[in-house]
Design a protein around this ligand. Structure first.
Ligand SMILES: Nc1ncnc2c1ncn2[C@@H]1O[C@H](COP(=O)(O)OP(=O)(O)O)[C@@H](O)[C@H]1O
Ligand SMILES: [Mg+2]
Length: 263
């Protein structure tokens, strides 16, 4: 059984890509097969996983719009069991080009249908917009993970994302779940961060992951070495926090299994 997560928040700089890379690596470290799909034209997840942007290799654009099978676009990374479908700036055009296509919101879902079962988890890193790429990711996904930076305008835009999730459930009859809201860049030395985190917990209740990702220079440094934090500084607080998040998600899976068996 595979599970597909979209990592989404239309605000930029909230930790989506950092979460995609490091959660993927932490899940793979549990001997699980994991695929990251980079769906942001900036290609930060691609670079952060140490994969060079090679114009001769098919990326997500070719999978979505040029009929290249997803299987042919999969690349290995330095981490055992962790694979990637890369993104590059070609993907900028996808938002426009998808508009003219029938079932345009379902394109990604259809294109990965035959590979998703090869992986235990598929993580889709979304762009910082509620655009067609993000819609495609949400419809391809079983559930959404929403990173929120613990800062003053944290809630800005999140209600719009939640409305979009509701709309997808209703209009497309797609039972999209919220896997969890992830507090990122948490700095316990500041009152503001603590207050924002408390507010978010009050607002979203147990939808908020127990695991909190601390602000950590090491997490910010790792991508420039093309490595997840597990490969860069496995003993850092940042690495520990993403290992904890992977455990929390694996717990969700455990709890979900009996319910599915009963159906
Ligand atoms: N927990 C963290 N501590 C410190 N810096 C972080 C942390 N998470 C992300 N960053 C840095 O913040 C910036 C934005 O993070 P990123 O994951 O790229 O956000 P997004 O994908 O939502 O735009 C990047 O420079 C990243 O390295
Ligand atoms: Mg990003």
């Amino acid at each position: 059984m595979s599970r597909v997560f979209a990592i989404a928040n239309q605000k930029g700089g909230v930790g989506k890509t950092t979460t995609a890379i490091n959660l993927a690596a932490s899940l793979a470290a549990n001997d699980l097969r994991v695929l990251v799909i980079d769906s942001d034209p900036q290609g930060n997840a691609t670079t952060g996983l140490g994969v060079a942007k090679d114009p001769d290799r098919p990326s997500l654009y070719q999978v979505l719009l040029e009929g290249v099978p997803a299987r042919d676009a999969i690349q290995a990374t330095d981490l055992e069991g962790l694979h990637l479908i890369s993104a590059d700036k070609n993907l900028v055009g996808a938002n426009l080009e998808l508009v003219g296509i029938p079932n345009r919101e379902f394109r990604l879902r259809e294109r990965i249908a035959d590979i998703r079962e090869d992986y235990r988890f598929v993580l889709i890193d979304c762009p910082p917009a509620l655009d067609l790429l993000t819609l495609n990711a949400l419809i391809a996904a079983d559930s959404v993970l929403v990173p929120i930076q613990c800062e003053f305008f944290a809630l800005e835009g999140v209600s719009e994302l939640m409305d979009t999730i509701d709309r997808i459930r209703d209009s497309f009859q797609h039972p999209l779940q919220v896997e969890g809201i992830l507090l990122t860049m948490y700095d316990d030395r500041t009152n503001l961060t603590r207050q924002v985190a408390a507010d978010l917990r009050e607002f979203f209740g147990d939808q908020v992951f127990r695991t909190i990702i601390p602000r950590s220079i090491r997490l910010a440094e790792a991508p420039s070495f093309g490595k997840p934090i597990l490969g860069y500084d496995p003993r850092s607080r940042g690495a520990e926090s993403y290992i904890k998040l992977a455990k929390e998600i694996l717990d969700h899976e455990q709890n979900r299994l009996p319910a599915q068996g009963a159906r």
